[in-house]
Design a protein around this ligand. Structure first.
Ligand code: X2X
Length: 339
């Protein structure tokens, strides 16, 4: 009888220890995995490391976040990142909204062609009601948004010729992310868009299997030295790409309220630094473009008239994607932008 009771206690204790983390560990695993699509160089990669370092310091080493750069955690397919976070396979990510947009269509708001004109407009939308609504939607799908970072305005580079008007894009093979709005946009402009993960894109640029690509200047074009493969760049600001520093909801809920506060503050600090770096020299006269010229690139900065010609050509993309993103959300953003 006594033995039987003891056995029950032992079994119960074993079951409890399996279902709860040990007391005092505060939900800590030895390592939390953080996903970054790009490499460690440049504002995007550097700020992810900064965030991990801040969390480690401020928790006296209790919370150890390891950065996995260049898409190591999703085996190449960048549009799977959000799915893996939902499942808790990836704990943290400093992620482009583009890569999450196949699972969260409203994030395509930032990819509406020629919709955002400057950083002030972006800030007003992401810090206002639409930004809150987007964080609510991603949380509903299993990922908690901690802070907004920035990849930046996406600019077109190519190896063939200067692109000043839609005619110049005819038939140009342009690498884009595997997110449908980009295929639609480049098709509407008469180009030949090709889906490709960033991990494979650089080889394609070197081998010339594609002619061009689109990415921001400070966070991608400069760190990846794209002047080595592409001589022409059009500063056309056709889409904006904010980043989200997010955490799997499963992981988030395993932290104490105190640790959550530390992590949230570290995210805010790292992202504030990152946004400033992503924009550095790209406002006003855009002195950062000199770096590109110094490396032999031919830079075309679009005038509002040049943008208007492209916007006109992509009107059908706006009409179609407005519905997919959510009419209310787009209308809210337009109200903020005074349209
Ligand atoms: O793949 C890209 O172009 C990049 C690096 O900008 C994203 O992850 C969206």
């Amino acid at each position: 009888m006594k033995r039987g009771f003891l056995a029950v206690v032992v079994v119960l204790a074993a079951a409890l220890s399996l279902s709860f983390p040990p007391v005092g560990a505060a939900g800590t695993k030895d390592e939390y995995k953080m996903s970054i699509v790009v490499g460690p160089k440049g504002p995007w990669g550097e700020s992810a490391q900064k965030f991990a370092d801040l969390v480690r310091e401020r928790t006296q080493g209790r919370i150890n976040i390891k950065c996995y750069f260049a898409g190591q955690l999703f085996a190449g397919k960048q549009t799977n990142e959000f799915l893996l976070m939902r499942q808790g396979v990836i704990d943290f990510a400093l992620a482009s909204t583009i890569n999450w947009s196949p699972q969260v269509p409203s994030l395509n708001l930032f990819a509406l062609p020629f919709f955002f004109e400057d950083y002030q407009q972006l800030d007003a939308v992401k810090n206002g009601a639409p930004g809150q609504e987007l964080f609510r939607q991603i949380e509903e799908k299993g990922v908690v948004g901690l802070a907004w970072g920035e990849n930046g305005f996406r600019e077109l580079t190519n190896r063939k010729h200067a692109v000043n008007s839609p005619e110049d894009l005819q038939g140009l093979k342009v690498r884009v992310v595997g997110s449908p709005i980009f295929i639609d946009t480049f098709r509407a402009l008469g180009a030949n868009p090709i889906n490709m993960n960033w991990g494979e894109a650089q080889t394609a640029f070197q081998q010339g299997t594609v002619d061009g690509q689109e990415n921001p200047v400070n966070a991608v074009i400069i760190p990846y030295q794209l002047w080595q493969v592409h001589k022409y760049i059009s500063i056309w600001h056709y889409a904006i790409d904010p980043l989200i520093l997010g955490v799997s909801k499963k992981t988030w809920e395993s932290f104490s309220a105190e640790d959550q506060a530390i992590i949230k503050q570290a995210a805010a600090d790292a992202c504030a630094w990152e946004v400033a770096q992503a924009r550095k020299g790209l406002e006003g006269d855009m002195p950062a473009l000199q770096t590109l010229r110094d490396h032999g690139m031919k830079v075309t900065v679009f005038t509002p008239q040049m943008r208007a010609a492209f916007r006109e050509k992509t009107r059908s993309v706006y009409d179609e994607w407005r519905k997919k993103i959510g009419e209310d959300l787009v209308a809210q953003a337009e109200k903020i932008l005074g349209r």
